[in-house]
Design a protein around this ligand. Structure first.
Ligand SMILES: Nc1ncnc2c1ncn2[C@@H]1O[C@H](COP(=O)(O)OP(=O)(O)OP(=O)(O)O)[C@@H](O)[C@H]1O
Length: 218
């Protein structure tokens, strides 16, 4: 469902991703680990369309993104992907329900599912609250609800529990895993946390030479 073909990205003359190729399987929850600065967030940003590769392609459902114009690529990502990124944090001036409904609104879909999604992440009845009334863990639950509300085929998460205490992080990750599995989506999660990676079906390590499968990184 997602394929990276010879993906290359250089910043200021310094290669970060060097002809990276990989095929992700549908329905799989993959963790990506690797040392700091190796390009994990860069890779996720390229898949999310927040940045463009220098060369190579990202193929989604057989469709090379390079063959699409900006509008078509944005539309495909908006309908097919869900994001749990700091860059798309919960918006402070919208209620929780409005935050969760945002992908539905952008896709012109009925916003009905937003309330059910909030309930699914344990925040039923709090749809009228504003983000400032939430704890960090609750905020991440809203982000998970928003990432999944429009039933995306692919969920991208960048350190989804980076700033949470270990117990809250565990429960958030279990929730993410359950929701991803219940919806049949694929997920790619970048993390430094072995405990977080343990919630994934498998872990890939990003190195200068590419993405490598490891049996057990714990
Ligand atoms: N917008 C940018 N402009 C210039 N350099 C960048 C930019 N984004 C990333 N880089 C550089 O690319 C390299 C990879 O960064 P990236 O954030 O992808 O690494 P990472 O593996 O996610 O690291 P970490 O685990 O520390 O978050 C780093 O050397 C970083 O300084």
């Amino acid at each position: 469902m997602l394929e990276l073909r010879d993906l290359a990205k250089t910043y200021n003359g310094r290669p970060v991703l060097n002809r990276l190729s990989h095929q992700f399987k549908a329905g799989e929850f993959v963790a990506i680990m690797g040392e700091s600065g190796v390009g994990k967030s860069t890779l996720l940003n390229l898949i999310a369309g927040l940045d463009a590769p220098d060369s190579g392609d990202i193929v989604i459902d057989g469709q090379p993104m390079s063959a699409l114009d900006d509008n078509a690529a944005t539309s495909l990502r908006r309908t097919r992907m869900g994001f749990i990124f700091q860059a798309f944090h919960v918006l402070p001036h919208l209620t929780l329900e409005q935050n969760v409904a945002l992908p539905l609104l952008l896709n012109g879909q009925s916003q009905e599912r937003a309330g059910a999604m909030l309930a699914a992440v344990g925040l039923g009845g709090r749809g009228g609250d504003f983000p400032r009334q939430l704890s960090g863990g609750e905020m991440q639950r809203v982000a998970i609800a928003r990432a999944l509300v429009h039933r995306p085929a692919l969920v991208l998460a960048d350190e989804p529990t980076g700033n949470l205490d270990p117990e809250t992080a565990d429960s958030i990750l279990a929730l993410l895993r359950d929701e991803v599995k219940a919806s049949g989506a694929s997920a790619i999660m970048v993390t430094h946390s072995h405990a977080a990676a343990a919630q994934a079906d498998k872990t890939l390590i990003l190195t200068r030479s590419g993405l490598h499968f490891v049996q057990d990184v714990r």
